[in-house]
Design a protein. Structure first.
Length: 236
């Protein structure tokens, strides 16, 4: 045995410099989900044909379809900008793009879409419970977004981040809404002859109100729980 055999094994250390940043594959998944959702949702409204609308126009509101088109188009802009906004790589490497995407999110997305949501929500053909949910969602969506924008203007970036997380959750809650609706149909359809007295109208209004209320409240609660989570302890 030589002297070199008694030396401790050599430990390879990573090169000095910036620490390796964690990869976030969920950004890609979220982007694909948003693109798939918009590919399904947008065509009936880009065609500008009221006959293709997935939401029936309430009686006496002839402009309903055009308000709905505006709400969907501006809401789609908000969703796409939101994906860019929460992408850490974009915030870190392209701060100017982050700022411009943020302004597009607020003024070209949430604000016009939210105002139109107030109008069509108050006249929803799916009953009073859905109307109440749609109007309240629009008010909170507009409020959280504006609070986040003001915080950024006042350079309160911690508050800005928290408000925008809530706004982001409400923006994406429409996807959850579309997932809850078929589940509600599956569970409630066998009850049409009993609970709903054979009324298809009462059945569909119940499905719509369940999806409307559950989607955005669950999304908002989830966002708040994420914001209130305790930071991980760093092991020594």
């Amino acid at each position: 045995m030589t002297a070199t055999d008694l030396r401790p094994p050599r430990v390879e250390h990573p090169p000095a410099g910036r620490p390796r940043r964690k990869r976030r594959p969920w950004i890609g998944v979220l982007g694909l989900v948003v693109v798939a959702f918009l590919a399904y949702s947008l065509p009936p409204y880009l065609a500008l044909d009221p006959a293709q609308s997935r939401v029936p126009a309430p009686a006496g509101f002839g402009a309903h379809y055009w308000f709905l088109v505006g709400h969907v188009v501006f809401g789609s802009i908000a969703m796409l900008c939101a994906v860019v906004q929460i992408w850490p790589w974009v915030r870190r490497r392209f701060p100017v793009l982050h700022r411009y995407a943020g302004r597009a999110y607020v003024f070209g997305g949430v604000l016009p879409s939210g105002v139109m949501a107030l109008t069509i929500g108050a006249a929803s053909p799916f009953g009073p419970a859905t109307r109440a949910s749609d109007v309240l969602l629009a008010v909170i969506w507009l409020g959280t977004t504006w609070a986040g924008y003001r915080a950024a203007r006042e350079r309160r970036f911690g508050d800005h981040r928290r408000w925008m997380v809530r706004s982001f959750a409400l923006t994406m809650s429409i996807i959850l809404n579309r997932l809850i609706s078929p589940l509600a149909i599956i569970f409630l359809e066998p009850q049409i002859p009993t609970t709903f007295g054979g009324s298809e109208v009462a059945f569909m209004q119940s499905v719509a109100s369940i999806a409307a209320w559950v989607s955005w409240t669950v999304a908002l609660i989830g966002a708040q729980l994420w914001l209130d989570r305790k930071p991980r302890r760093v092991k020594a």
